[in-house]
Ligand binder design. Sequence first.
Ligand SMILES: CC(C)(COP(=O)(O)OP(=O)(O)OC[C@H]1O[C@@H](n2cnc3c(N)ncnc32)[C@H](O)[C@@H]1OP(=O)(O)O)[C@@H](O)C(=O)NCCC(=O)NCCS
Length: 211
Amino acid sequence: MRSPIKHVLVIGAGGHAKVVLSALMEAKADVAGIYDDDPFKLGTEVLGVPVLGAIGELRSVKGVVGVIGVGDNATRRRIAAQLPGTEWLTVVHPMAFVDESASLGLGTVVFAGAVIQPGARIGRHCIINTGATVDHDCVIGDFCHIAPGCNLGGAVTLAEGVFMGIGSVAIQNVSVGAWSTVGAGAAVVTYLPDRVVAVGVPARVRRMLEI
Ligand SMILES: CC(C)(COP(=O)(O)OP(=O)(O)OC[C@H]1O[C@@H](n2cnc3c(N)ncnc32)[C@H](O)[C@@H]1OP(=O)(O)O)[C@@H](O)C(=O)NCCC(=O)NCCS
């Protein structure tokens, strides 16, 4: 945990939230509850933490300290905009390595086995998922998701909202445009524009996205 460990609220009660909760617990955070808009989840528990209410209810709560436990990048952006007064926590699982010269934005989560190398700059509300590696001097925009086992070479640039699929790679110095998706197992070897889905080795644009 880069921020002081306080009474933390997790937003989202799905599978990704479960991993966020695990990272918080391993970091000895005091997790007070979960908020989710699915009425069927109210009163249930995730890893023993109760679902207390809908996300909108947090707007009237003062002094919320939270982390967004939702894997979808556009949804994290929407929730962050919905709750402007929230103090967002940056969460690093104790079994991740983050070089001290790397920077992590507020609300970003780094899971077990991830490695973030010197000079990397990671934006707000990003997910550096299980076993992903972000090498030296990468620049990762806000709301990106680097899925499990993804490897980014040195000085890769990802614009806002990029999703790098599970097991994908990007060679050194390449960049990916805003809100693009790189498919599972793809290899990015040259520039990819904004709002595309690219798959394969080497990664080729398959279709455009309307985000
Ligand atoms: C790339 C991706 C986003 C495409 O999803 P989609 O738009 O719904 O695409 P579809 O599943 O309809 O597949 C369309 C075509 O692309 C192919 N395709 C899909 N994903 C592919 C991939 N990763 N690599 C190569 N080809 C892929 C399909 O085989 C299909 O080919 P066809 O038209 O010849 O039959 C998705 O398949 C993917 O890889 N997601 C990553 C998931 C992930 O990493 N999850 C981790 C969460 S932590």
